[in-house]
Design a protein around this ligand. Structure first.
Ligand SMILES: [Zn+2]
Length: 322
């Protein structure tokens, strides 16, 4: 087969043949003008999981974003991943686990309070046929706003009014400590203030779990410190199947799995974040585990393979049946 040049692609015989067969009636169909729901359902043993897309933020970054690599390398990595110059693609995917007895939500999305291109979780819940009032339990991986803001709407009302809320004890201890807030620089102070906005009037009802707690039958919490002090990942197990929920062990894998040594400005302890990332990614790659990451491209689940310089994320194939 001859090579496809721009000229043959745009004006070659193939396009001419297409034009001959074009059906003018089909061209009159109105464009839908809106995206389809972002929902993906899969099973782990008898558990039914629903990945729910909350949208994406193209996070502007500067030369201070990665502490331990030259900005030129970051720019190359973004270009290699087909991201816009100076912007890190940051998609958000939350996960509902229906254990058969409990409906469990792992992290809650942005609540529409971070970027105008994110905040569609509630639309996707509705499209998935899930009533927010039916959610029994919310489990939080860590206290960054893109994970906790969906607990409340903009008017401070609970989005999931019947859900118990469980958070990592180490996360609560670090972020709710006023001495830590007072010692933080001003951008980080905003994070501390946001946590108080979300949690202050919920303090009595929020349950704090210790590392390796089983927050619901089949959902185990595992400490993964670095990104934040209490950052937590989850092992979801049913029958002989399991899923590792990596939370923010790495943000977009096209940048941070490929460059596992990079320490982002938002990692509270960069060295620990890198050590945790490598420990969990090595295990996932060696054991060929199914994984999902909160900032992986939707539907956010797949596998990790080890490469010469890092890791590569291989997305799942979309299954039309459960
Ligand atoms: Zn995050």
């Amino acid at each position: 087969m001859s090579s496809l040049t721009r000229r043959t692609f745009l004006s070659g015989p193939a396009l001419g043949a297409l034009a001959l067969h074009a059906d003018p009636a089909a061209a009159a169909a109105p464009a839908a003008g809106r995206e389809t729901p972002g929902i993906y359902r899969y099973k782990i043993g008898t558990f039914e999981l629903t990945a729910l897309y909350d949208g994406i933020w193209y996070r502007p970054i500067t030369d201070t974003f990665i502490r331990n690599a030259p900005y030129a390398e970051i720019e190359h990595a973004l270009a290699d991943a087909f991201m816009p110059a100076g912007k890190l693609a940051t998609p958000f995917t939350t996960l509902i686990v229906n254990t058969g007895k409990k409906l469990v939500l792992l992290d809650t999305g942005t609540g529409g309070q971070i970027a105008s291109s994110a905040g569609v979780l509630r639309d996707n819940l509705a499209a998935a046929g899930i009533d927010p009032r039916a959610v029994d339990l919310i489990v939080i991986s860590h206290f960054h706003p893109d994970h906790i803001n969906g607990i409340k709407d903009k008017d401070n009302g609970l989005v999931f009014p019947n859900a118990e809320i469980m958070v990592p004890a180490a996360e609560w201890a670090f972020w709710m400590d006023d001495a830590n807030m007072n010692a933080a620089d001003s951008p980080l102070k905003l994070t501390f203030r946001n946590q108080r906005r979300v949690f202050a009037d919920l303090a009595k009802q929020v349950v704090r779990f210790e590392p390796e707690a089983e927050v619901a039958p089949g959902i185990l919490t595992l400490p993964a410190p670095g990104h934040t002090p209490g950052h937590t990942v989850f092992a979801v197990q049913s029958g002989d199947q399991s899923l590792m929920v990596l939370s923010d062990t790495a943000q977009h894998p096209a940048v941070f799995a490929r460059h596992p040594d990079w320490q982002a400005a938002f990692d509270i302890d960069g060295d620990a974040a890198v050590a945790t990332r490598k420990r969990l990614f090595d295990r996932a790659a060696a054991d060929r585990m199914l994984v999902t990451g909160y900032h992986f491209p939707f539907p956010a689940c797949g596998h990790l393979i080890k490469t010469a310089s890092g890791y590569e994320h291989v997305p799942v194939e979309w299954q039309p049946t459960l």
